[in-house]
Design a protein around this ligand. Sequence first.
Ligand SMILES: NC(=O)c1ccc[n+]([C@@H]2O[C@H](COP(=O)([O-])OP(=O)(O)OC[C@H]3O[C@@H](n4cnc5c(N)ncnc54)[C@H](OP(=O)(O)O)[C@@H]3O)[C@@H](O)[C@H]2O)c1
Ligand SMILES: [Zn+2]
Ligand SMILES: [Zn+2]
Length: 344
Amino acid sequence: MADDRTFNAWAYKPLTKMQLTLREWTEDCVELDITHCGICGSDVHTMDSGWGPTEYPCVVGHEIVGVVKKVGKNVTKVKVGDRAGVGAQCNSCRECKNCLEGSENLCMKGIVGTYNARWENGDKTYGGYADRWRGDYRFVFKVPDNMSSAIACTFFCAGVTTYAPLKRCNVNSSSVVGVMGLGGLGHYGVKWAKAMGAKVIGMSHNDKKREIALELGCDEYLNTSDKEAFGAYRRQMTHILCTGTGRDFDWVTYLSLIVVNGHFINISIPEWNFPEINPFVFFSTQVFISGSAIGSPAEIEDMLEFASVHDVEPWIQTYKMDDVVKAIEDFRAGKPRFRIVLEN
Ligand SMILES: NC(=O)c1ccc[n+]([C@@H]2O[C@H](COP(=O)([O-])OP(=O)(O)OC[C@H]3O[C@@H](n4cnc5c(N)ncnc54)[C@H](OP(=O)(O)O)[C@@H]3O)[C@@H](O)[C@H]2O)c1
Ligand SMILES: [Zn+2]
Ligand SMILES: [Zn+2]
C-alpha cells in the first residue's frame, strides 16, 4: 500500500496552513491523528528564531496528544486506537552514556527536538500544530485512561519540565518553594510543589496574577517588581524554580531569598544571557544553582503516575486549531491562565 505522507499543518513563517510531508515510515514508527496540542513558550522562541536560526517552514508544538492510527511491527508500547502523547523530544542516540543510564533528555549527541530538527535519516521533524504526527515509539506515551486528552497533552512538556527538577531536588513537606513566573510552566510548578507538600510562594513580575495565584494554590504571592517586598523573604525559601524573568533579574536579590544549601533551579530559556555572577555571591550564599531540560522517558512515566495519585491537573484554555493565529497572539500578550491547548 502506498505510504500516504501528506499532512496538513500550521507552519511558520508567518503561520499559514500548508501541506507538508511526514517522515519516512519505519517499523519503529507510530502515527497519530492529532487531537490536541499545547502552546509552549519554546514554540514562540523557535518561530521567532530567538535561539538561533530556525529552518522554515517550521511546524511547532510539542505537547501533542492524538489517537494512534498506525504502528510499526516493533511497537508494543501503544496500539491502534489508543490515545498517546509526545513531548519536546522525539529521539536520542540510544548509545551514549547518558542515554544508556536513562537520561535520554541529556543525550550527549544532542536531543532530537520534536520540531526544527532532523530524524536520523535526514527527514525534518514536525510538531503538533497539525492534523498528523509520525515518529519513533520510544518517545510516545500512552495517555492514562482517567485523563482527558486536552489536559494530558500539557504534561508532556510543561508538566515534566517542572516535575522532574522539583522531585530531583527533594521538594517535600518541609520545603518552601518560590516559583518565578506564573505561566504555563510556572503554574505546573505551583501544582507539583503543593502536591509534594511544600509551602509555595508565587513570584510574578507585577500584581495582575495575585488573586488567581492564590486560587491556583499558592500560599503567598511576591510581586517581584516591588523590591521592598523581598525583605520579608530573606533566607526563607528552600527552592526557587525559575520559569521566567525579565532583564532586571540579578543574582544577589534572588539568591538572598534562599536558605543555606538551598536550590536555585533555572528552567527558563530566555533569548538573552543571565547577568555575570560575582564570585562572592557563591561564597556567601552556599546555594546550589542548577538547570533542567524537559525529562527522560522514565521521568515522564513517573510524573503521569504521580499526577494520577495526587490529582494534579493543569489549568487550560482551549482554542480551535484553526484559531492558532489568535491563540499565539494571546500567548504573546501573556493572556493564558495558564496553558493554551489547541484542539482539532
Ligand atoms: N527547560 C526546559 O526543558 C524547558 C521546557 C519548556 C519550556 N522552557 C522555557 O521556559 C520558559 C517558560 O515557558 P512557558 O511555556 O511557561 O512560557 P509562558 O507561559 O509565557 O510563561 C513565562 C512566564 O515568565 C514570566 N515573564 C515573561 N516575561 C517576563 C518579563 N519580561 N519579566 C518578568 N517575567 C516575565 C511571566 O510570568 P509572570 O507574569 O507571572 O511574571 C510569564 O508568564 C520559556 O523560555 C521556554 O522556552 C524550558
Ligand atoms: Zn515546551
Ligand atoms: Zn545519547
